[in-house]
Ligand binder design. Structure first.
Ligand SMILES: [Zn+2]
Length: 370
């Protein structure tokens, strides 16, 4: 009797462990490289305007999994980039203007920090100021997005490996509350510094700080004629070249920020150009993912800006100079993309990415090292 019980117990154990194994193997190997790309303010109609402009499908259109996300905050139906970026970085909704913290100011654990904590390289790329709300939400914890001097210092103390974007003025100014200049913290921490496209091309090691404009980088319609700034795609390419040398893999956030900024001023002609520039950066990442198995590429937005519609004359019309509650698109490429088939809220995205990368997602907002 005892013996039959023991055999039964053993069988149960074997069946149980097999089931667990099956569950893990159905998820396959952990995703090694995670890329989140955010078209700031990019709604479905923004994407459509670029598609119409190009008269052909975009790279975004070739995603394995497509969906749409709700972007409301914890206490309002329309978000800003602070709360929207925090939801995409931490998987928790928060209040307006909050950066990497919950509504009470407690630090949230960001996917970029989780990646750093398991030994991955971490990079942040934007064509806005590096201290603007979206890059800040992936690299700092402050109660208000306007605390850009503190954001710059936090970025240089984050232990992350690469920051490329605008915002040189902030980095070279004194942070009054901390009594130091972010650029000095960068030098202390061994950052190589690049100031234009030529210096970016030459950069060959991490950590790397690229500051290519005093404030936000130049809109696409002027960039090629008037500046020595790299494009979003060129910054993305350099980020992948350097980050991918880390054996444990990497996390990279890329923001196409000027989609939002040109929508705020209702500049119709810029919208297809800015979305196309963002799509070029998507192409760089999708190409990388095809050549490097174990790479996940998530493309989405933090909110829609401008209430943009396209009328039957093909013209773009804006209905607002602010953000709206419109759903935003989700495009996912590479290994693990299937896990996003049911995503419907901006907090779903990073929760799935944590799981695919086998990084521990916290139950509660938790303290962080910044
Ligand atoms: Zn905005």
């Amino acid at each position: 009797m005892m013996r039959r019980f023991a055999v039964c117990l053993l069988l149960c154990f074997l069946v149980y462990t097999n089931a667990v194994d099956a569950e893990i193997s159905s998820v396959e190997a952990p995703v090694k490289n995670i890329i989140i790309m955010i078209g700031d303010g990019m709604g479905f109609q923004h994407v459509a305007s670029a598609r119409l402009g190009a008269k052909q499908p975009l790279v975004m259109d070739t995603a394995l999994v497509k969906g749409s996300l709700a972007t409301h905050t914890i206490d309002g139906c329309v978000t800003d980039s602070g709360a929207g970026g925090t939801a995409l970085a931490a998987g928790f909704k928060t209040a307006h203007y909050h950066i990497g913290v919950d509504p009470d100011g407690n630090n949230l654990y960001l996917i970029s920090e989780a990646a750093r904590d398991v030994g991955k390289a971490v990079g942040i790329v934007t064509n806005a100021r590096l201290t603007d709300a979206t890059p800040a939400a992936f690299s700092a914890h402050v109660p208000h997005r306007d605390l850009e001097d503190q954001i710059a210092v936090a970025q240089m103390r984050s232990g992350f490996d690469l920051f490329l974007g605008g915002g040189a003025e902030q980095y070279y100014s004194h942070c009054e509350s901390l009594g130091l200049r972010p650029i000095d913290v960068a030098v202390e921490n061994g950052f190589q510094i690049a100031a234009d496209k030529m210096e970016l091309d030459k950069a060959d090691r991490l950590p790397l700080l690229g500051l290519f404009a005093r404030k936000d980088m130049t809109a696409e319609r002027y960039r090629r004629l008037l500046t020595k700034e790299p494009s979003l795609a060129q910054m993305t390419e350099k980020a992948l070249e350097l980050l991918s040398q880390r054996e444990a893999g990497f996390f990279l956030m890329v923001e196409g920020a000027l989609i939002d900024k040109r929508s705020h001023i209702n500049e119709r002609s810029s919208i297809p150009l800015e979305v196309a520039a963002f799509d070029n950066a998507v192409a760089v990442c999708v190409d990388f993912a095809e050549k490097h198995p174990g790479t996940l590429v998530i493309v989405t937005a933090d909110h829609e800006t401008g209430g943009l519609t396209i009328l039957d004359d093909g013209q773009i019309r804006f209905t607002s100079i602010g953000h709206t509650n419109a759903q935003v698109p989700l495009f996912v490429f590479g290994d693990g993309a299937d896990a996003f088939a049911d995503a419907s809220d901006n907090t779903d995205v990073v929760r799935a990415a944590f799981q695919l990368g086998r990084m521990v997602f916290p139950d509660q907002p938790s303290a962080s090292s910044f």
